[in-house]
Design a binder for this molecule. Structure first.
Ligand code: PLP
Length: 439
């Protein structure tokens, strides 16, 4: 009997033995093509020698020094490289161990900024329905995923949730994409006014929505309007790039493609590429200066912030994404993958939408393409697709979500950027096998 406490108590899982490029191999020798990088993590695949060498080299020097006493070379170099490639204005990096921690740090920094700048009444957070920002209590409260939130609702900070920018579901007949984007962005202004602008601390959003919706990109102009509204009301814009950042969409930060920069952003997953648990929160110089020139102390921290081995791994990953051209490769291979998906599934009776950016793509699964009606919840489409794909040797990320009170389903694809053309074909074939078995 295993003493590991798994999330799914009754699931029987194979044991992973090793990684080989885009594949994971279990102890029985079965190979699985990692079509979702786990959960959009393994952007460089599973056997990148540059990253493992960097980890070994750092271990040979020193594994751990508490940041309460010392900084480390890899943390300093990683922060410099991140800021060199970050959206304009971002100037400081706070390292953590994962995405939820990065979001908690972002929320607490936003709150402390308001206190330090003489606006202590500002504490309200506005986010969007169909969003996920992590599983710790602050991040969970911010997310709009009802199923994940429900049991913990009594323990949560109050958050307002406005409409997501989800053109497939929200754009009305006869409405242009631009008009739709402005209409949903303006819900933010209405909510700020309803709460009272002097109460609102931050607006939180994923630039491209991942787990809850399946790689839903914003329409052009949406985030520019959001930025304007935040600026007009002194509300901080926190972008959660935990899933869509680090080259996943074809640019290092997803928001680059929307022509805006946040006040605070959270990254993780692709930053360590699965080789080490590491995340980061980046903030503007203005925010940092307010803390530095005020109390001089960020009232937040964890034991493992700025871990030397984790940051050494991330430095090797980031070097490959930037100087090594891997983020640009994600844009290129992403186009090939998207074309292959469209070729195979554009006319599929149960594929309502194929969307995304770069190597962050999603298929929305519907019962009826014309009416966009989702399958009934008892069909458990996402669960069965995941199981059949896994049987076929493909790891992908089907999820259910709530759409207009009914259970919807999508398949999220986020493979390693190293995928070859043959592997693109293999992914689409195996997904097709799973779809044929379930739909
Ligand atoms: N934010 C987003 C957008 C995510 O997709 C996730 C995880 O899936 C998180 C935050 C939480 O990250 P972690 O699971 O590393 O805590």
């Amino acid at each position: 009997m295993s003493h590991v406490f798994p999330r799914h108590c009754h699931a029987t899982q194979p044991t992973v033995a090793r990684g080989d490029g885009a594949y994971l191999i279990d102890t029985a020798g079965k190979r699985y093509l990692d079509g979702s990088g786990g959960a959009a993590v393994s952007c460089l695949g599973h056997s990148d020698a540059d990253v493992t060498d960097a980890i070994r080299a750092q271990l040979d020097k020193v594994a751990f020094a508490h940041t309460g006493f010392m900084t480390s070379e890899p943390a300093e170099r990683l922060a410099d490289l991140l800021i060199a490639h970050a959206p304009a204005g971002l100037d400081r990096v706070y390292f953590v161990s994962g995405g939820s921690e990065a979001m908690e740090a972002a929320l607490k920094l936003a709150r402390q900024y308001m206190i330090e700048t003489g606006q202590p009444q500002r504490h309200r957070v506005i986010a969007r329905r169909q969003s996920y920002h992590g599983n710790t209590l602050g991040a969970l409260a911010t997310g709009g995923n009802l199923w994940r939130r429900e049991p913990f609702a009594p323990m949560m900070i109050e958050t307002s949730h406005i409409a997501p920018c989800y053109a497939y579901r929200g754009q009305q007949d006869g409405e242009s994409e631009e008009a739709y984007g402005l209409r949903v962005a303006d819900e933010l202004e209405a909510e700020i006014q309803r709460l009272g602008a002097d109460q609102v601390m931050a607006f939180v959003a994923e630039p491209v929505v991942g787990a809850t919706s399946g790689a839903v990109p914003p329409v052009t102009g949406y985030f520019r309007r959001i930025r304007e509204i935040c600026d007009r009301h002194g509300v901080l814009l926190i972008l959660d790039e935990v899933m869509c950042g680090m080259g996943r969409t074809g640019t290092l930060f997803a928001c680059e493609q929307d022509g805006i920069a946040p006040d605070i952003t959270a990254i993780a997953k692709g930053l360590g590429a699965g080789y080490q648990p590491v995340g980061a929160m980046l903030c503007t110089g203005t925010i940092y200066d307010a803390i530095s020139g005020g109390s001089g102390f960020f009232q937040h921290g964890h034991t493992y912030i700025g871990h030397p081995v984790a940051t050494a791994a991330a430095l090797a990953v980031l070097t490959k994404l930037t100087d090594g051209g891997m983020a640009a490769r994600a844009a290129r291979v992403g186009r090939t993958l998207r074309a292959a998906l469209e070729d195979r599934f554009a006319q599929h009776p149960h594929v309502g939408d194929i969307r995304g950016r770069g190597m962050f793509l999603g298929l929305e699964i519907v019962e009826d393409r014309e009416t966009k009606t989702p399958f009934a919840p008892d069909r458990q489409v996402a669960k069965h697709l995941k199981a059949r794909a896994f049987e076929a040797g493909l790891i992908c990320y089907p999820m259910g979500g709530t759409i207009d009170g009914r259970q919807g389903a999508h398949v999220l694809l986020a493979p390693p950027f190293i995928l070859s053309n043959d592997q693109v074909g293999e992914l689409v074939d195996k997904l097709s096998t799973a779809m044929d078995a379930v739909l």
